[in-house]
Design a protein around this ligand. Sequence first.
Ligand SMILES: Cc1cc2nc3c(=O)[nH]c(=O)nc-3n(C[C@H](O)[C@H](O)[C@H](O)COP(=O)(O)OP(=O)(O)OC[C@H]3O[C@@H](n4cnc5c(N)ncnc54)[C@H](O)[C@@H]3O)c2cc1C
Length: 402
Amino acid sequence: MKDIKRELKSMNFSADQLETGFMLLDLAQKFAAEIEPMAGRFDQEGIRCENGQIILPSGMDEIIQKLGESGILGTFIPEQYGGGGMPYTFYAVTIEIIAAACPCIAVAMAVHGTAIDSIVELGAPEARQKYLPKLARGEMLGAIAFTEPNAGSDVGNCKMAADLDGDHYLLNGVKQFITNGGKADIYIVLAATDRAKGKKGLSAFVVERKAPGFGIGKVEEKLGIHASPTTELVLENCLVPKENLLGMPGKGLSYVLRGLTGGRIEIAAQAVGIAKAAYQKALKYSQERVQFDQPISNFQAIQFKLADMVVGITAARKMYLGAAYLKDQGEDFLLASSMAKLFASEMAKQVADEALQIHGGYGYIREYGVERHYRDARITTIYEGTSEIQRVIISREILARD
Ligand SMILES: Cc1cc2nc3c(=O)[nH]c(=O)nc-3n(C[C@H](O)[C@H](O)[C@H](O)COP(=O)(O)OP(=O)(O)OC[C@H]3O[C@@H](n4cnc5c(N)ncnc54)[C@H](O)[C@@H]3O)c2cc1C
């Protein structure tokens, strides 16, 4: 935590922002300490679906509720809508802190943050009034629903239809792999309002879980982040009020890509949190495990792994903080966010792998908990744009600029 605060102090935040921000981070740290002993159980229990209801591991709903009551979930929502009115950067740091304890709660926070960001930036006044205060207090949870069976990296190949019918749009189609699916109260959904125009006929909406015609389909079983629901959304004549259209019709794809640019900072923060947890376990284990009559931390092969881990974590944190700061300043953060996401997620994958290696055979055994980080880290190079897609964005940006 000292490292993070030092980093934030070196940025150009006001004294008031730092004071309030540090209080939020201390609070997040307290939550992390409470969550950490339960994270292994959350992973083993996973999620269940009963009568179309998603059931989280016991204790998890209460934590999310407490995060809402604490104000953390509304960190960067403007004060006029009941939020903390704080820079987005502080929200990203709370995600890192929580991710070190439980990446499933952290990714719930990440997609909640991306949904909030879309409504703050693009929501009609009615939608802002209706949703932001509840999202700020955690009385509502947010999610983003862009991916479809044939629209993954190519998110613009979206087939979900949105047809205007009087005061409402009727949405029809399927989204898949949706984080917080069935748990979130509102979803930012991409759908085609003008199918003839292809990518230029896509629009973004706020869709409520309780809307008529909203359902969840398949609940995915996964390699890691077992306590994070990943589901299909099945919309059948799903009724969405006209005022839930975000921004302008036909601009949905650019809004979604913009939303993902912010979301990548949050996933980078999540990746740093996962890596930090894996590193801390490896450091401790290396000092306790004796082979050849000495702690294995005496061996240079192990020391160098630890050194590389710290370098990676420190660099990745600087990168996501830098991207978040640009976003807070209203500057272009596309390149910074893709670089942070690419670097942090690949780093987390490697750090978790080396942390497991330092544990030797014990690393492969569930009881020691380090294999969970290895499984959980793996998703960070995939969602919110794969590493390949980040390289596509980075190369396109640098070639256009230089
Ligand atoms: C656990 C989980 C949670 C998720 N949560 C959400 C969510 O909340 N909301 C949501 O909308 N989506 C979510 N997703 C979807 C996720 O964002 C997509 O899976 C991801 O963007 C990749 O899409 P895809 O799976 O269709 O892979 P594809 O796009 O089919 O990619 C397959 C492979 O081809 C590569 N590839 C594709 N295009 C190119 C290219 N142009 N150049 C180079 N390589 C390329 C990819 O990098 C990848 O290696 C989630 C996915 C998972 C697994």
